[in-house]
Design a protein around this ligand. Structure first.
Ligand SMILES: [Ca+2]
Ligand SMILES: [Ca+2]
Length: 155
């Protein structure tokens, strides 16, 4: 009788152990692939007012910091959508920013430092008024960041 009881206890322990380790395995399998933190955009550097002269083309650099808790390599793209003074979206949306260290083409000072940049060119015939830029980032799991909305007055 005692022997049988001991055997049962061992059997229960084994079953219990298998159950626990089975659970543990499932837990990591299910949790790991879906664990993701969306990116965050912050510290926008952009002018608020620009004075356009009839003969000048203005060249401005816009920069924004992007952070993703899953690592820099998880950031897929950084962009803004531009809205014209009449409220309509620009035909060139979305306008991408780059972290490639290409100062001449994109105005980016240092590659891979999390600061994304873009050079914007405003020809003399640019419509005057208030433009709205909406900055956002997206990561490799297609999760989107917060939006930073910025107004630029061209006068
Ligand atoms: Ca992420
Ligand atoms: Ca950079």
């Amino acid at each position: 009788m005692k022997k049988k009881f001991t055997f049962e206890l061992i059997a229960i322990s084994i079953v219990y152990f298998l159950f626990i380790s089975g659970c543990e395995k499932k837990y990591t399998e299910v949790i790991d692939p879906v664990q993701n933190v969306p990116p965050v955009v912050r510290n926008l550097q952009a002018p608020s007012v620009l004075t356009l002269h009839p003969t000048d083309t203005l060249k401005i650099t816009i920069s924004i910091e992007v952070f993703d808790a899953d690592g820099k390599e998880d950031i897929k793209s950084v962009f803004f959508n531009s809205f014209l003074p009449d409220g309509s979206p620009s035909r060139s949306n979305p306008i991408y920013l780059y972290d490639d260290g290409n100062l001449q083409v994109n105005g980016d000072l240092t590659a891979n430092d999390g600061i994304y940049s873009r050079i914007i060119i405003l020809p003399p015939n640019t419509s005057k008024g208030t433009y709205r830029f909406e900055f956002q980032a997206i990561d490799r799991k297609n999760e989107i960041s917060n939006i930073i909305s910025h107004n630029l007055v061209v006068q």
